[in-house]
Design a protein around this ligand. Structure first.
Ligand code: HEM
Ligand code: HEM
Length: 332
């Protein structure tokens, strides 16, 4: 395959990998299964093109000009990201020091965006209309087909060998501590430190503090919900949560959206119509939440990834802004 076409194919695959990878964290419905499969096929198609890219890279390095350092840094980041993803998928190694293979995969992929943009700017490739010819589309199909064959082979091997990776949830996460809350890992989105709050003096402020609740008052609502906490760190746990449903806490509060705030300043916004599906939990598996899991009260948001399950909740309000008026992923 000509060098130019290989580079353009890599560009398209890298963009698709970012879009499907990001979407796999944003979408909670059953559609996520197909997004995660598409992500795997796209990622493995990049591996399929590696022999062609190696020829291009060898020729490029021999030219000795500025920009080679950037190209090599990009190659190292992408290589590490794909290797970490494959380690995650097998389930054989679950942590490298304090990092999970999935965490390394996503962190190196994000770092690769910046370096990759610099690489493509320094080594531009101009698309031509003939790139969309029937023959080239067939070639692209063949690359994706080889990626899909690789994905099926990997999935088959995981099943056949009984590797832990064969039991991943549709999001790619591994089961950890279902029904046993003390066995759930403690993870935070980016940098929020674990809060040790005094349950006796803690109060939940609702609707701008018009209503205030103690832990016992919340527990008194007695609403229960079975829901799966699926962390973007790559683990999930199914638990029974108990506390107060948000439609009961917010009765009479009018607005477009609900904002749930943590004492750390972290917050997420939800559609007002979701109130009856959301629970503010004080108990999990019949016992009070631990500090690491958000005591005295955390949000339970079924069908949404862990970063929506706000911990150490201090206030719940309704507002006129639409729920999507926030960064898709929290920035702190
Ligand atoms: C998997 C992703 C990629 C990796 C790991 C990668 C890596 C490299 C490396 C190591 C080189 C040789 C060093 C140099 O020329 O200074 C190179 C060259 C080059 N790359 Fe990439 N690259 C990737 C994707 C792309 C993309 C998406 C484009 C453009 C759309 C591109 C365009 C080029 C060009 C034009 C050259 C120079 C080739 C030559 O001089 O003959 N690369 N790349
Ligand atoms: C340079 C961009 C990326 C590449 C090349 C890439 C590639 C890959 C590959 C090859 C796999 C293994 C798939 C399999 O065999 O099933 C994978 C898995 C995964 N990636 Fe990425 N990825 C990229 C970016 C991202 C981003 C930005 C995210 C999330 C924000 C992400 C999330 C995931 C997840 C959750 C899995 C696990 C899926 C599973 O267990 O089946 N990736 N990725």
């Amino acid at each position: 395959m000509a060098g130019r076409r290989t580079n353009l194919a890599l560009l398209a695959l890298l963009l698709l990998a970012f879009v499907t990878g990001g979407a796999s964290w944003l979408i909670g419905s059953a559609l996520v299964r197909w997004i995660v499969i598409a992500h795997g096929i796209v990622g493995l198609s990049i591996v399929v093109l590696a022999p062609w890219k190696r020829t291009i890279a060898r020729r490029g390095v021999a030219r000795r000009r500025p920009g080679t350092g950037t190209a090599i840094a990009f190659a190292v980041l992408i290589g590490t990201s794909i290797a970490a993803a494959l380690v995650h998928v097998t389930g054989v190694v679950r942590s490298v020091g304090t990092f999970s293979p999935l965490g390394i995969h996503v962190a190196t992929a994000i770092a690769a965006i910046v370096v990759g943009v610099a690489h493509v700017v320094r080594r531009p490739v101009r698309p031509r209309t003939t790139d969309l010819s029937r023959r080239n589309l067939l070639r692209s199909g063949a690359v994706l087909g080889a990626g899909a064959a690789g994905w099926l082979t990997l999935a088959g091997l995981l099943r056949a060998t009984g590797a832990r990776g064969g039991d991943r949830r549709m999001t790619g996460s591994f089961e950890a501590g279902s029904g046993v809350p003390t066995s759930m890992p403690v993870t935070q989105w980016l940098n929020d430190p674990v809060q040790e709050l005094d349950p006796a003096s803690w109060r939940l402020h609702v609707l701008d503090g018009v209503r205030n609740y103690s832990v016992d008052e919340l527990a008194g609502f007695g609403d229960t919900l079975r829901a799966t906490l699926d962390c973007t760190g790559g683990w999930f746990a199914d638990q029974e949560w108990r506390g107060a449903r948000l439609d009961r806490l917010l009765e009479g509060g009018e607005g477009e959206s609900i904002v749930v705030r943590s004492v750390t300043g972290y917050s997420r916004r939800f559609p007002r119509s979701d109130a009856s599906a959301l629970l503010l939990a004080t108990l999990v598996g019949g016992v009070p939440l631990s500090a690491g899991h958000g005591a005295p009260a955390r949000l339970v948001a079924p069908g949404r990834r862990g970063f929506w399950w706000v911990k150490w909740v201090t206030a719940i309000d309704v507002g006129d802004e639409p729920w999507w008026w926030q960064p898709p992923f929290p920035l702190t």
